[in-house]
Design a protein around this ligand. Structure first.
Ligand SMILES: *[C@@H]1O[C@H](CO)[C@@H](O)[C@H](O)[C@H]1NC(C)=O
Ligand SMILES: *[C@@H]1O[C@H](CO)[C@@H](O)[C@H](O)[C@H]1NC(C)=O
Ligand SMILES: *[C@@H]1O[C@H](CO)[C@@H](O)[C@H](O)[C@H]1NC(C)=O
Ligand SMILES: *[C@@H]1O[C@H](CO)[C@@H](O)[C@H](O)[C@H]1NC(C)=O
Ligand SMILES: *[C@@H]1O[C@H](CO)[C@@H](O)[C@H](O)[C@H]1NC(C)=O
Ligand SMILES: *[C@@H]1O[C@H](CO)[C@@H](O)[C@H](O)[C@H]1NC(C)=O
Ligand SMILES: *[C@@H]1O[C@H](CO)[C@@H](O)[C@H](O)[C@H]1NC(C)=O
Length: 450
């Protein structure tokens, strides 16, 4: 019943040549719907609405600090008049709140998705995760004063990740989302342990800017690492060796066994299930897919879902570019100035904190295909369904504004005096944001999501 207006709306947005015929059809549709409505008045004809979090969102709740308290801490953290010692103590307070939020997330997820099975709790070592993130970003001196920091002061897995509606149906359930983040925490742990530089890219970078999370309808997580670290990556995980077995069951290369044993010696058991698979796409772009052997196989592939995609990049003294170099113009990415990337700083990815490029918007322009530069105004659906290993049958683009009533979007404000930006996740049907983020914003690019 809703299909007609939805398809027409998409065609209209994507193809201006269809405007006139579409307008005529829309007119006809509208008349049809109006006629239909008149004899079916209690039927909801709102195209964009289906499942929504209830208005009785359990809020405020749980964590030890309120919105105002977290906001105050963040304001202090970026106040240049506050002493370094005080900055360090504020930072530690925020790290402690973050640890509580993460712990709650793991408990909620393990209860919801694994009936409190002990394996689930052991699969995420919250203490170790917080330790590595803190160690890498702790404001140890004046130069390392935070550039950006924030968190969800309230993260409820079931409600936040339950949005599914008719215009962008998603097959990523709350538990699928948990499995993506469970994987991400462990990949981050290993990258820190192996001292590999990494940061968010592509869709996941769009996600942290626009939703403080993975894009609600997206199905994977993308990271960049320097190509010089590829050997380390291969040594840090079990390797999927296809020369031994063309069928899809994973095997461990025996040559890798020893180095793996050394590296996994003191890791929780979840790591033993993680596999790295070297993948070359049709453009000969190499990526490393990391997934768990516990996840289901993706049909007609050698990997599983959920997965983390790690892309190695090449670099010279001043720039980062796609690997291999001559493929840089094939939709992968163009030259990216290092000054826009480094030093990386933390961004909010749901309950996690992940290193991101220093100038995320300028970096994104180089990372994603042309035509997506207005990605704060135009929301694009998945072009590829990673879970099913096929392109989407339904390529849509809609003005993001039209999704504000159904999906959480970040609202951003810039203080021209201080050059600080404050972000907050606006959740439909709620007056108050659920996440807070503050950073030094120097980019001369639009920030608002209006
Ligand atoms: C973060 O690291 C610093 C420096 O190593 C340490 O003093 C501090 O206690 C750590 N904070 C947390 C919350 O772990
Ligand atoms: C898991 O444990 C918590 C607290 O003990 C309980 O509230 C919850 O119902 C349990 N979940 C399942 C699925 O058993
Ligand atoms: C979302 O809705 C679509 C269509 O109504 C359904 O096929 C899909 O399974 C739903 N996804 C989840 C995660 O429930
Ligand atoms: C792959 O699986 C098929 C059917 O299960 C089997 O006949 C074939 O021998 C297997 N190939 C290899 C290389 O193991
Ligand atoms: C790095 O590569 C970019 C793009 O080709 C080039 O503009 C820049 O000058 C190079 N930098 C150095 C130091 O070679
Ligand atoms: C994989 O293929 C099988 C057989 O064709 C099908 O039954 C199954 O639903 C597919 N699974 C996914 C995740 O697409
Ligand atoms: C900008 O920040 C300054 C210093 O914190 C504050 O006094 C001022 O009110 C802020 N301006 C706006 C528009 O919020």
């Amino acid at each position: 019943m809703y299909a007609k207006p939805v398809i027409l709306a998409r065609l209209l947005i994507n193809n201006r040549r269809l405007w006139i015929p579409c307008m005529i059809l829309v007119g006809l549709c509208a008349i049809t719907l109006l006629l239909h409505e008149s004899d079916n008045t209690n039927r909801d004809i709102e195209t964009y609405v289906s499942t929504q979090p209830s208005k009785t969102f359990p809020f405020p709740l749980a964590n030890s600090l309120t919105y105002d308290e977290v906001k105050f801490l963040l304001d202090q953290l970026f106040d240049t008049h506050v002493s370094l010692t005080d900055i360090q103590s504020i930072w530690n307070k925020l790290m402690n709140i973050w640890q509580q939020i993460l712990t709650k997330f793991v408990h909620d997820a393990c209860s919801l998705c694994h009936h409190n099975g002990s394996y689930c709790y052991e699969s995420i070592d919250v203490t170790r995760y917080v330790y590595y993130i803190n160690e890498s970003f702790y404001p140890i001196n004046e130069i390392k004063r935070p550039v950006g920091m924030g968190l969800f002061y309230y993260f409820d897995l079931e409600h936040l990740r339950a949005v599914n509606n008719s215009i962008l149906p998603t097959d990523v359930s709350a538990c699928d989302y948990f499995h993506m983040l469970q994987l991400m925490v462990n990949v981050q742990l290993i990258l820190h342990q192996a001292q590999i530089k990494y940061f968010l890219t592509k869709g996941t970078l769009i996600g942290v800017l626009r939703h403080h999370d993975v894009i609600p309808w997206d199905t994977d997580i993308d990271l960049f690492i320097p190509s010089t670290a590829t050997e380390k990556i291969l040594q840090s995980f079990r390797r999927l060796d296809l020369s031994l077995n063309k069928n899809s069951s994973a095997t461990t290369s025996s040559t890798m066994e020893n180095s793996r044993k050394r590296l996994t010696k003191d890791r929780p058991s979840f790591h033993k299930d993680l596999v790295v698979y070297q993948f070359k796409n049709v453009h000969k772009v190499t990526s490393y897919k990391i997934f768990s052997l516990r996840s289901p196989i993706v049909n007609r592939t050698n990997y599983r879902w959920p997965k983390i995609d790690i892309f190695p990049y090449e670099e010279n003294a001043t720039h980062i570019y796609a690997y291999p170099k001559h493929q840089h113009n094939l939709g992968t990415m163009s030259y990216l100035a290092k000054s826009n990337v480094e030093p990386v700083y933390l961004r909010v990815l749901g309950p996690l904190l992940v290193p991101s490029p220093r100038q995320p918007r300028l970096s994104l322009k180089a990372m994603v295909r042309l035509g997506r530069s207005n990605l704060f105004h135009v929301c694009e659906g998945n072009t590829f369904l990673h879970r099913y290993n096929r392109g989407s049958t339904d390529n849509w683009r809609v003005p993001c504004k039209e999704l504000h009533r159904n999906y959480p979007f970040v609202r951003s404000e810039r203080n021209a005096t201080t050059n600080l930006c404050s972000e907050e996740l606006k959740f439909p049907q709620l007056n108050q944001g659920l996440s807070l983020y503050k950073y030094r914003c120097e980019e001369d690019l639009p920030r608002t999501l209006q």
